[in-house]
Ligand binder design. Sequence first.
Ligand code: 4GX
Length: 251
Amino acid sequence: MRIDVISLFPDFIAQCAVFGVTGRAVERGLLSLHGWNPRDHAQGNYRRVDDRPFGGGPGMVMLIDPLRSALNAARAADPRPVRTIYLSPQGAPLTQAKVHELAGRERLLLLCGRYEGIDERLIAAEVDEELSIGDYVLSGGELAAAVVVDAVARLQEGALNDAESAVQDSFEDGFLDCPHYTRPVSHELGSVPDVLMSGNHGDIARWRRQQSLVRTMRRRPDLFDESALSKADRKLLEQWRAEQAEPDTAS
Ligand code: 4GX
């Protein structure tokens, strides 16, 4: 897939293509990343990209025309249809389900704001979707765009190596991941749970599932709907509760 990013700091976006899974996806030809600087589309000696807000108040607002020109240049660089996304705290929350939807598209166009924001008329006319990466305030949309690029890149077919398989990740099934352990078995910080050393793959799978359920229930009650659990999951949760009630027999 192809991702174009409109940003006053296109170097920041280019850095996404250098390291890690995103870098590998670019190397493998699964993803191409292109930065567009609205300053290159601004007019006059000063190449202004922002101005003072009507109605007064602090900060600056990004001008319509340099952004619109950069958007149109990015759109024209490839004939395939493209979804235009503005990253802002006012957007709908980015979820793994949304990441899957975006990852299946051929093109994305990500719009990054700086200053206090972007003239609302540009958003209304040119943006298909507004997304937020979380309820906190960044100083620009670049880090949010980098989050989208990373999350989408690793879902491209062939981006992950076998050992990195995405299916068992947190959120892929609506639950948090289970804990992981490696050598040594015995360490001054503690020992590895016996079940993981048992060689019983059924017991190990059930223990991991149980850990995922309990962690989600305790850490993310907002994600946890006990009434929607399968019969098998409900049984694992009941077993865990029974073990909590009688810690002497807990394994
Ligand atoms: N998830 N930001 C956008 C510019 C801005 C300022 C005011 C609208 C109004 C963010 C987030 C985020 C910071 C990106 C402000 N836009 N983006 N930027 N959280 O905090 O996506």
